[in-house]
Design a protein around this ligand. Sequence first.
Ligand code: ADP
Length: 391
Amino acid sequence: MKNPILVLNCGSSSIKYALLGDDSEGRVQGLAENLGLDTARIKHQDINGEKVEISLAGATHQWALQKILNLLSEYKPRAVGHRVVHGGRQFSEAVLVDDNVLTEVKRLKILAPLHNPANALGIEAVKNMYPDLPNVVVFDTAFHQTMPEKAYRYAIPKEFYEEHRIRRYGFHGASHNYVSNRATNLANTGSQDGWVTAHLGNGSSLTAVFDGKSLDTTMGLTPLEGVPMGTRSGDVDPSLHIHLHRTLGYSLDEIDTILNKRSGLLGISGISSDMRTIDQASSEGNADAKLAIEIFCYKVARYIASLSCALPTFTGIVFTGGIGENSSSVREKILANLPHFGIEIDDNENQRLVRGAEGAIHTKSSRLQVWVIPTDEEFQIAKETKQVLGL
Ligand code: ADP
């Protein structure tokens, strides 16, 4: 593997990792999960696709990372690219980690209390073990720093923005950046393209991207804003909080848990946050599961229509993420909710493009293009890491 870059995505109880070289010949990747518990383990896949599972009962982040680096020792990474969720207003691109950057990543836990501390833990663990290895951070929010003020400001008193940085930030930046770039290359229109990229997974967000720049996106100060997701509500009336508190006596923390962990597909269906399970139940006649899919598809379509306001030209729609890449029926239902855009779909191509396949699903006479593009956040993070280091 030439110039291998290690990409790390540290969550509160998991570490996703991938080692990518300049040559596009396969990658080594894996997941350490259940960290801190007896069931902690690493699922590792080598360059030939061979999988092993290693039990690491009670492993901490540091211990798991040590094990991951041992598993990768034959490759000697040139650098580590860390996915960091929140970069606040300060970071509009990937940066090399120094003490100031690390302090800032930690300080931004005020905006991402679950994610940034875990991301910082990963950076510190690598710094401790390999002080000479350069660390680069790639922020989920950075891609959206090109949004104009009319898109990122909330209509609330301006001191909250000026003194407390309360504004819309947006997330899933690496994914929206990667798939919009890829769509532009594949479509090859020869002019500046405007895409609405729909990253539909456990977490879902959509972005209006024109000429490679994010102009608006559905997630806001936190990833709760926008479309309904696996367990997140997406947009609700902001007065819902006070209503739940005053009329039902819930505390703010309880309301936060309800909206982040018990809502979305899970809340409406009452069965699962997983689209496959809901799809199955719906096909067996479960009305709540059917409604969950209807609401999801309608809200995604509504956002596609509204995000088109941000684009000087509307070239097309890009589907990605676990649902966007795999569910032809969800794609079909979303597009059926957009009758005014002159979209025509090739049903065979829509059925065919699943499980990692990439391509267009629109017909020649369709007014908008529609692409299915498997996301590759690891590739994007490795690419930005190399750019920062001039590799
Ligand atoms: P994350 O946001 O955690 O990265 P993913 O992008 O992997 O999640 O997306 C997970 C979602 O994708 C789940 O809701 C899962 O049910 C859905 N999904 C995966 N495969 C299919 C499929 N064949 N049909 C419908 N949904 C699918």
